[in-house]
Ligand binder design. Sequence first.
Ligand code: ADE
Length: 252
Amino acid sequence: MPVLGIIAALHHEIASLLQAMGPDIKIHNIGQRAYHEGTLMGQPCVIVLSRVGKVAAAATTVTLIREFKVNSILFTGLAGSINNDVKIGDVVVATQLLQYDLNAAPLFPRYQVPLLGKSHFDTDSKLTEQLKSSVQGYLQHDMNNDIHPQVLDTFKLQQPQWHAGIIISGDCFVSNATHASQLQQDLPDALCVEMEGASVAQICHEYEVPFAIARVISDKADGSAHTDFNAFLEQVARHYSAGILKRFLSLN
Ligand code: ADE
């Protein structure tokens, strides 16, 4: 049976999935990361915490592909919105990813990965459709049962929406409105900003491994981003990630 690799940058995002994995779990420590091999809802999986940033995520992705021979990869985590229509609590499913901090101009066009000739990396269309359905289902049917009404109220999570589009990645936690609007101006199609997705996308492209990425919006990449991020991570993120992934696995 095909093996699915699941990556998250932070522990809260995969805590419930690791619990759900059951007793047949095998832990492999490679390059200071713990790869949890087992089954989730009958699906062989390897779950791993990449830690934060593009290098960490790229190294983790290579290990999943080369050591564990995963057949596809899913990344879930949080992101900051840089689009006025994308609100805290919404979910963005990536159709393409780009490294916004990659700039070898004038040798190569801005954003292009030198010698690879690409700046935008497409997600796998089949996995992305499956992920969209899982997100839609979670937002419509599960989240109100999963998350305490008081928490829903605190974060104003009344009717969160899902979006599909471009996610941009860079090695910076964007917590300044000027930086956020610069990104918005430079890349007007981008919906949100995070620190890993485009590096996972580049490695998956190079190894021809299909992948999909979903990001829950925790903040608006402005002056309140770090307070919003921490509160969202502790109180909301674990529910979303686990709920979306459980739905995803049930569609397999
Ligand atoms: N992940 C969640 N929020 C983020 C932000 N504001 N910048 C970068 N990565 C993020």
